[in-house]
Design a protein around this ligand. Structure first.
Ligand code: S3P
Length: 437
């Protein structure tokens, strides 16, 4: 049985919404507070399948994590060396972030671990973490295809590393940082393009000596991390769906409150602004480890652009919805140097190309990108390829489509944005759920 949604075209969107907590920061808050000394609260935690998978794993490793109220959790840190051997396999479900970050942490432990996930996660590349972690002394075994399941055995010694990142990946960088906390001596990581730096920001907030000089990061292994409460800002990657909804519909204005505005995450906003988007940002006083503010998106006449290469890493999760904006823009939009999109929860270049063709939007798929010719989006049946962001992107396309848009297999949306369709309805967008075989 599949959960499918039909979205009907709607004009004149207006209102104020809040999107759930940031996925990357929710994972990292739980992981880092688990190995801290003392008790602390995580507020506005993202209660999605991916973040719950991280929470379950940490609990299996002996960390006490309690739910205080909706979206508020207390974590009783066990210290850097207090994790316990799990009695069973550690199930990361669909979450690449859980698998990659926890592999770094578990490589430093005196007990073995076995990390598994769902079919989609078992297809994603894991050699990208295994290679640097093994260089540091980790004992890791992957499948013959360099994917999960991941078997981690205790290491004799973790040594520091000087590593030049080959791909732009915050998950790989964070896995190395987590293991570097346990290394003998300082580690250095150099990135080609800066990727999201939430791991670094939270570590600094918890008292770790971690410094940044341009694209190089230096991690000095700490004696301890000191627990401190964290409020997770709204997820800009979730906000982007409603930002684009506001831009592409006529006579619309949507305000999204308390969104994380970390400079390494706003590449999507920069790209939309280049396309002529009418977006206003109101920054708020910084209280925790991250910048926060409100975003107002109003109806805009978007135009096609060549997406600058340097924006890609900081907009990596936003391309499904940016490509919908490109479909609504006048002229051609070109994306290249974006091969990483083929290794996400689905092959996002292929999924977008096929979906847009179903909506009668002309596009040319390339090995590392796509060219999109803006036009009139038509309704149709769209396969989500079991990918939350593909499902949400085409749901937003349905708001402006001629004829209704049916998105097949939308259950995966609960991995990152469980109340997505509730927020659509709150804004007056007509959408209907059907369970079908
Ligand atoms: C994430 C990093 C990105 C992103 C993912 C979350 C993170 O993945 O696509 O959704 O939390 O570090 P990569 O590191 O593979 O680019």
């Amino acid at each position: 049985m599949l959960e499918n949604y039909t979205v009907y075209s709607t004009k004149n969107l207006s209102g104020e919404i809040s999107v759930p907590g940031d996925k990357s920061i929710s994972h990292r808050s739980l992981i880092l507070l688990s190995i801290s000394t003392g008790k602390a609260k995580v507020e506005n935690f993202l209660e999605s399948d991916d973040c719950k998978a991280t929470c379950n794993i940490l609990q299996k490793l002996g960390v006490k994590i309690y739910k205080d109220s909706n979206y508020a959790y207390t974590v009783e840190g066990v210290g850097l060396n207090g994790l316990k051997a799990p009695k069973e396999n550690l199930d990361c479900e669909n979450s690449g972030t859980s698998m990659r970050l926890l592999s770094g942490l578990l490589s430093a432990q005196i007990f073995p671990s076995f990390l598994v996930g769902d079919n989609s996660l078992h297809k994603r590349p894991m050699d990208r973490i295994a290679i640097p972690l093994i260089k540091m002394g980790a004992v890791i075994k992957l499948s013959d295809k360099n994917t999960a399941p991941i078997k981690i055995s205790p290491s004799k010694k973790i040594i520091s590393i000087e590593y030049n990142m080959e791909i732009d990946s915050a998950q790989v960088k964070s896995a190395i940082i987590l293991l570097a906390l346990y290394a003998l001596g300082k580690s250095k990581i150099t990135e080609k393009q800066k990727t999201r730096d939430h791991t670094e920001n939270i570590l600094k907030y918890l008292g770790v000596d971690i410094t940044k000089k341009e694209n190089t990061l230096i991690i000095n292994p700490p004696k301890k991390l000191v627990s401190k409460d964290i409020t997770v800002p709204g997820d800009i990657s979730s906000a982007m769906f409603f930002i684009v909804a506001g831009l592409i519909t006529k006579e619309s204005k949507i305000k999204i409150k308390n969104v994380g505005l970390n400079p390494t995450r706003i590449g999507g906003i920069e790209i939309l602004k280049m396309m002529g988007a009418n977006i206003e940002i109101i920054y708020k006083e910084k209280k925790g480890p991250e910048e926060v503010g409100d975003i107002i998106a109003s109806s805009s006449n978007l135009k096609g652009i060549i997406i600058p290469k340097e924006y890609i890493a900081n907009a990596i999760d936003e391309f499904p919805i940016i490509l919908i904006a490109a479909a609504c823009a006048s002229g051609k939009t070109t994306l290249v140097n974006a091969k990483e999109l083929r290794f996400k929860e689905s092959d996002r270049l292929l999924a977008m190309s096929k979906g847009l063709k179903n909506c009668k939007i002309k596009n040319n798929l390339r090995d590392d990108g796509i060219e999109i010719f803006g036009g009139k989006i038509h309704g149709g049946n769209i396969d989500s390829y079991d990918d939350h962001r593909i499902a949400m992107a085409f749901s937003i396309a349905g708001i402006v489509s001629e004829g209704s848009m049916k998105i097949l297999n939308t259950k995966n949306i609960s991995t990152s944005f469980p109340n997505f369709y509730d927020l659509m309805s709150n804004l007056g967008i007509k959408c209907e759920k059907k369970i079908e075989s």
